[in-house]
Design a protein around this ligand. Sequence first.
Ligand code: ADP
Ligand code: ZN
Ligand code: ZN
Length: 737
Amino acid sequence: MPAVVSETLLRIAVPTPLHRSFDYLPPRGTDCSRLQPGQRVRVPFGRRTAIGLLLGVTGESGVARDKLKRAIAVIDSHPVIETDVMAMVQWASAYYHCPIGEAMAAALPVLLRRGESPNAADITAWRLTAAGRGVDPASLARAKRQAATMIQLQRHPAGLAREAIDAPASVLHALADKGWIESFSRNAEDPAGPVATEGEAPHTLNPAQQQAIEAMQASPGGFQPWLLEGVTGSGKTEVYLRLIETVLARQQQVLVLVPEIGLTPQLVARFRRRFPVPLALLHSGLGERERLAAWQQARSGAAPVVIGTRSAIFTPLARPGLLVVDEEHDASLKQQDGFRYSARDLAIWRARHLDIPVVLGSATPSLESLYNVAHGRYRHCTLPERTGGARLPAFKVLDIRNQPLEQGLSYPLLDAIRRHLDANGQVLLFLNRRGFAPTLMCYDCDWVAECRRCDARMTWHRADGHLHCHHCGSQRPVDSTCPQCGGQELHPVGQGTERVEQALAERFADIERIRIDRDTTRRKGELDALLGRARNGGRQLLLGTQMLAKGHHFPNVTLVAILDADHGLFSTDFRASERMAQLIVQVAGRAGRHERPGEVIIQTAHPDHPLLQLLITRGYPAFAEAALAERQAAGLPPSTRIALLRAEAVDAQRPIDFLEDARQRISDSGISGVETWGPVPATMERRAGRYRAQLLLQAEQHGRLQQLLGQLVRELEGLKAARRVRWSVDVDPADTY
Ligand code: ADP
Ligand code: ZN
Ligand code: ZN
């Protein structure tokens, strides 16, 4: 029996792993009639205090009144988070089965989670002085960190918040002593970037762009999802810019979501040149002060254009008019731990809630979005050709089964590289594996170096003489003799980017090489600097992982080579072939974006793989159609819905037992229409010292899956066994291993 009480109670989302909200008595003397959802409240929680978010007030609680604790204080006089964002997070918390308190916390900037005022105070920032603007950072060759800081500040003429500068105080003071930089105090609510004095003239649209824009603008206002499918370099961004223009003309705001790798200085510069308005940028590289400031500008409406990565979907907007999700297929739009939301799917939800259009753009749309087009949920626009007469590159599959390879490079490929360099072309080599070699092996006894905490091999990084585990991050010095037989014959097997770079250095000694991977871009500013050199490079070798593959525009690249396409063809994950196709098309899209036609060479030991053949002979749309049919036949998404229940523990049996219990509960639940697969150990069972297992849930109807998960999560949460494993639910998982 719910106890009915007279005093108003506060229903609060407290950041804890429990799937529920908590009721509190209001702080003494609170005028509850003035409280609004979205205000922060400090509450006692266990032996600590916590900052929660008010979901609403209520007259009754499932908890007896004398058991209820009293909240300590209402922190805000006004909500810090708007009702539409509250509604979205509440919906997402239910849909993804993420505890409401954790979901709400994830939606707030860290400083607000800690109780700071949303009206951020002044912050310290640094900028170049007039003297500093005349300095060539190259002259600081012997003071690398000073040079890097100068480069960083040159890119931000309006100055950068102290937190955003990746240099110790000593570097800043050294530069200040030279008179080249100065500090100043900036109101955090000022526009973060320079406001361009004059906008850039837009391109004259080509007919396909024209059609797309007319279609989007002809439809009545209100909610409408669009899939803008345009081959790489077809002018999708130009279409976004035009749409945004009309949104700004109506005094409304736009939110543009991009993948983590997509938020490049070039993209931002393009927006700045086009729109002489303040821009709010939200990405992982920001300091917390800066993030709060950008968030506040979006919320107040001071920044009409808001660009950000995944979590920017939670940014409040004063006058929302349009949502854009660029590279909507990109896996980084799905959060992989904690609150496992898809920013793309939330964008659809939010647009519907706000009754505004939403544009999803990609050269390689997700099968989910194509499925939604086929079922009439999204409208479709295509840009089938590249702008300015640039042609799509020609594909060539290179069978490496009977080829000698030189550090992963076949002779026909080496010839092609030479040919393109001789013609002053730029060559891009793609290998999604960093380090020197993925395996270190003893030739005497076949021992291989493995991670002590994972079921995985260690990658040898020659540059630092260490073995690294790419799964848990552990490192150790490379063995000098075999720990198993004592032999001396330890050799690297296979290639990473570091090793291929060395091979290229030997073969093409006179050619400039640029390697872009996590190891060469650790410091702030390094990636920008390398990309800048690559963009302006002529006769040059570019080598990199997927950091190089996405979104960038290298006008002079004429040859793209994919050194190893086979990884994606035979993975256990059902999305592997989709991801492989997207990656190949995206990497290939770096070639021939200018007048010069491009060539793409794909090295593979499986040249006859049907999906690979389809992709290169008939293109991504034909591939996607076949892949969708395969998924449908296998009962996999998007025609069905799936969720993963994952569990892990320090011993191997507990996760399996826990999931077996869950499976039993599912079959006893009386809810039909949900099938289970497993439990099974994860493909890599042990990671970072923990054993992992999973149970796959699959349903024709999403409603059934939701109903079941709702019930299951509540039951599991109460189990003692649940406290001995770490478990989680992943709805619409991005991967299943
Ligand atoms: P995408 O986003 O599809 O990769 P972009 O919008 O970046 O394509 O356009 C690719 C290149 O073509 C850019 O350099 C852009 O400035 C240029 N561009 C876009 N639209 C046009 C157009 N209508 N006429 C000429 N050039 C264009
Ligand atoms: Zn040995
Ligand atoms: Zn490891």
